[in-house]
Write a protein that binds this ligand. Structure first.
Ligand code: AMP
Length: 285
């Protein structure tokens, strides 16, 4: 019989409980999320389940990573359905704190974990404090749960890069595993924000992945990187999306590739109506 999911919000109690598992020599796996779980999250949970004695998921819609005009208040909150998904995925513990548990003194004046340069590029250009919020909360989650391993999706490619760098820079004793993007049959990368889209918008949003695929084909034919980016932006506009950025990057640094690099990732974000979607495609030339 599968054990039922236990839900915690309180930091001292989750710490005490996980300490008991640690002392028993059991490995702890963590899957951090903002809830509204879909098949992308499930792929992380399933991988984590296979490689951990104790599987912990977290649900926390982190206000620190949302800009003032972003969708914090409308972000989908589906706690009961999420608990069912977690239970079905064999998750042992859900850490679901309140904002006051994570930021008891408020967010102003809170210590911030910030990785310079790369956090200001790509998504960081249109979401200036976003990655500071992500790093700060993920660092806190690592300190609270103290997982041996943590699973993240490569859908948020820049986020994974930045968190990996944070873990190295701050000597945090956790191994990170990046999991491939789970897509709808249409190619659209699964995302909680897809729920904001009408059926017609969802159909149009498939242009984002299509633009990445066309760009990858052009790069493979030897087309110049900046030209590929310009044509992809036009392709997105023609499909009724507003490109935010579309950049051929060096996969190791996430800096715009200059022409000689062969290990690439194309990073892209585009708006459809009021919804901003991101996607990416790794590519070896
Ligand atoms: P979120 O709840 O959106 O913060 O996502 C929680 C984790 O799930 C992050 O590590 C995401 O990268 C990952 N994730 C979200 N969507 C997908 C997807 N379509 N495929 C794989 N991983 C995903």
């Amino acid at each position: 019989m599968t054990e039922s999911l236990k839900v915690f919000g309180n930091i001292p109690s989750v710490r005490e409980l996980l300490e008991r598992h640690r002392r028993a020599g059991e490995s702890i796996g963590l899957v951090p999320t903002m809830g509204n779980l879909h098949a992308g999250h499930v792929s992380l949970l399933e991988a984590a389940r296979r490689q951990s004695d104790v599987l912990v998921a977290s649900i926390f819609i982190n206000p620190m990573q949302f800009g003032p005009s972003e969708d914090l208040s409308s972000y989908p909150r589906t706690f009961d359905a999420d608990c069912e998904v977690l239970q079905a995925s064999g998750c042992n513990y859900l850490f679901a704190p309140q904002v006051e548990d994570i930021y008891p003194l408020g967010m102003a004046g809170q210590t911030v974990v910030s990785l310079p340069h790369i956090s200001a590029l790509h998504c960081g250009k249109s979401r200036p404090a976003h990655f500071d919020g992500v790093c700060t909360v993920v660092c806190k989650l690592f300190n609270i749960v103290q997982p041996d391993r943590a699973w993240f999706g490569l859908k948020d490619y820049q986020q994974f890069h930045i968190i990996s760098r944070m873990v190295d820079d701050l000597n945090i004793p956790v191994s990170l595993i990046g999991m491939p993007i789970i897509r709808e049959d249409s190619g659209l990368a699964m995302s909680s924000r897809n729920g904001y889209l009408s059926a017609a918008e969802k159909h149009r949003a498939t242009a984002l992945y299509q633009s990445l695929q066309s760009a990858a084909a052009s790069l493979a034919r030897g087309q110049e990187f900046r030209l590929v980016e310009r044509l992809a932006a036009e392709q997105l506009q023609d499909a009724g999306m507003k490109p935010d950025y579309f950049t051929v990057c060096d996969r190791n640094t996430l800096l715009p590739a200059q022409g000689q690099e062969t290990r690439l990732v194309i990073l892209a974000a585009a708006w459809i109506s009021n919804t901003r979607l991101i996607d990416n495609l790794p590519l070896d030339l």
